[in-house]
Design a protein around this ligand. Structure first.
Ligand SMILES: [Zn+2]
Length: 204
């Protein structure tokens, strides 16, 4: 075939190629839900350094593919023993964003299911009875409530107000003291997502 002949064939094929590209199934964008963000890998993976939150202790060994999607969250404050994966993720995200936080409670005996089943954390607010403490608690509660889907959030309790993930906040009955009334800590509960297998990586 002559060069001219090949050119004619290419020109003739061009619209077909264009149609094929246009009608090819396009992968939907990754939703911001929980599932796509647990990335399982077989090799050892350490948390990536986050420019936003300052350097983490360990050097990064996350594959470039994973790193380009999400930044890994370091363990952060508080024990993860018995926590379900969505609860672990919100704990790590709050640890990373709010360095003022020094204590986060997790699994403990309680009449309600949230803490015993690893569904809730208590973010202890330093100087909770000061203006700065109240403002910090407000920011943490708002951060959780602004990310309902991302964290699989079920509810938040802060300063006696129960905030369901869906629906209107309501004032809870007075339980007698600042701890029970959630003035000392922000209680954050998730749907859980199951207990970790040990192969999870948590991304911001
Ligand atoms: Zn709690």
């Amino acid at each position: 075939m002559t060069f001219r002949g090949r050119l004619v064939m290419l020109i003739a094929a061009a619209p077909i190629l264009a149609v094929a590209v246009l009608t090819a199934p396009v992968a939907p964008p990754q939703p911001l839900g929980w599932e796509p963000q647990i990335v399982t890998a077989s090799g050892p993976v350490t948390p990536a350094t986050s420019a936003r939150y300052g350097p983490s202790a360990a050097p990064s060994a996350v594959s470039s593919l994973v790193r380009s999607v999400r930044r890994a969250l370091p363990h952060g404050i508080g024990s993860e023993r018995g926590l379900q994966v969505q609860t672990i993720r919100v704990k790590r995200a709050i640890s990373a964003r709010f360095p003022q936080i020094r204590e986060i409670g997790g699994v403990r005996p309680d009449a309600m299911k949230w803490h015993p089943q690893g569904l809730a954390i208590d973010v202890i607010i330093p100087d909770y009875d000061t203006t700065a403490g109240r403002a910090l608690g407000d920011r943490i509660a708002r951060f959780a409530l602004n990310n309902v889907k991302r964290f699989g959030l079920e509810h938040v309790i802060w300063q006696r107000i129960y905030h369901p993930a869906k629906g209107k906040p309501r004032l809870m009955r007075d339980l007698g003291d600042d701890d029970a009334n959630h003035y000392t800590h922000v209680h954050i509960a998730t749907y859980g997502g199951g207990l970790p297998t040990g192969r999870e990586h948590y991304f911001d």
